[in-house]
Design a protein around this ligand. Structure first.
Ligand code: ZN
Length: 314
């Protein structure tokens, strides 16, 4: 039975729409609009934002001018502005733009890693060693995302021990903040609960975050399973946009609006103002040029006065 006493006081939402979201958009969004999107998320109270990625613009024109975006955003004290880097060369560019955090990524399955970044998992980890060294020199923390952690489009279900082993290898090089990504939206709530528990029992030094895609409509239930299991860090994307151009059939991220609505209605604080978040969604819809999939954005927030029925709002 779900009881309020079993739920955390607060969870941290990291919005990944400016990177994970826009990267998948067929149209290239201008630098001005990308900067404004990040600033709108800051204004809504989002505490952690994945601003951009320092990949080669040849591969991803959507992430071009990453330096300009990173330097032009308005930084609010207390908010973490993260940059994703695929390799040491990207890390060098990123560090010059002074991010608060560098993010690296690796697949839980060899086949997906090859398809995604054209090298083995061990080769990816080799690059992370160098990135960690560079980041340490600038006192910038490095965090990691393990993609396809719950299932791979090529290899199927990924065993929990494989994800744990990879996380332990990352932790041994100083990367203790690790997000588990359901890149193709195949996870189910029981699997999520088992994964979080396995980390608590076998790799308690790792701070686990969760990142769900909604291809099969399970993202919000997976978030709830994560919360009940004791996870308090989640990555979501404004509007529910995003996916991966390299993962066949990948769908949108869990929408930040949907996550925030659900959490706050249960009395769990996120520090995010839902009305201001919806203003950001309106702007997002304009710049991507198509309707965004977020249900809460479409339906609106709470329709009845606070205190009626559900739990207290923040
Ligand atoms: Zn994603």
């Amino acid at each position: 039975m779900l009881e309020r006493a079993d739920l955390p006081e607060r969870v941290e939402i990291k919005d990944v729409s400016p990177r994970d979201g826009l990267q998948f958009e067929p149209n290239v969004v201008s630098v001005d609009d990308r900067v404004h999107l990040v600033d709108s998320l800051t204004a809504a109270g989002v505490p952690h934002i994945e601003v951009t990625s320092f990949v080669s613009p040849k591969w991803l024109p959507q992430m071009g001018d990453a330096e300009t975006v990173m330097t032009r955003i308005e930084r609010k004290p207390g908010v973490t502005y993260a940059a994703l880097v695929p390799n040491p060369k990207g890390a060098e560019r990123a560090l010059a733009a002074k991010p608060d955090e560098l993010m690296v990524f690796v697949s839980a399955s060899e086949t997906h890693n090859y398809k995604n970044v054209h090298c083995s998992v061990s080769e990816s980890l080799g690059g992370f060693h160098r990135i960690c060294e560079m980041a340490r020199g600038e006192a910038v923390p490095v965090t990691a995302v393990i993609v396809t952690a719950f299932g791979c489009p090529y290899e199927g279900r990924v065993p929990i021990h494989a994800v744990l082993d990879l996380a332990v290898r990352l932790e041994s090089m100083g990367i203790a903040d690790i997000t588990l990504g359901d890149t193709v939206g195949v996870a189910n709530p029981l699997q999520v609960a088992e994964m979080v528990k396995a980390f608590r029992l076998n790799a308690s030094m790792v701070r686990v975050g969760l990142h769900f895609h909604d291809n099969r409509g399970t993202a919000l239930t997976n978030l709830l399973a994560g919360v009940i299991s004791g996870c308090t860090r989640f990555e979501t994307a404004l509007g529910g946009i995003g996916g991966s151009p390299f993962s066949p059939g990948a769908g949108g991220n869990l929408a930040t609006e949907d996550a925030v609505y659900c959490l706050q209605e249960m009395g769990i604080k996120t520090g995010i103002d839902l009305d201001r978040l919806m203003e950001a969604s309106r702007f997002l819809e304009k710049i991507v040029g198509h309707p965004v999939p977020s249900r809460v954005y479409r339906s609106g927030g709470r329709m009845v006065p606070a205190g009626y029925g559900g739990s207290a709002r923040e």
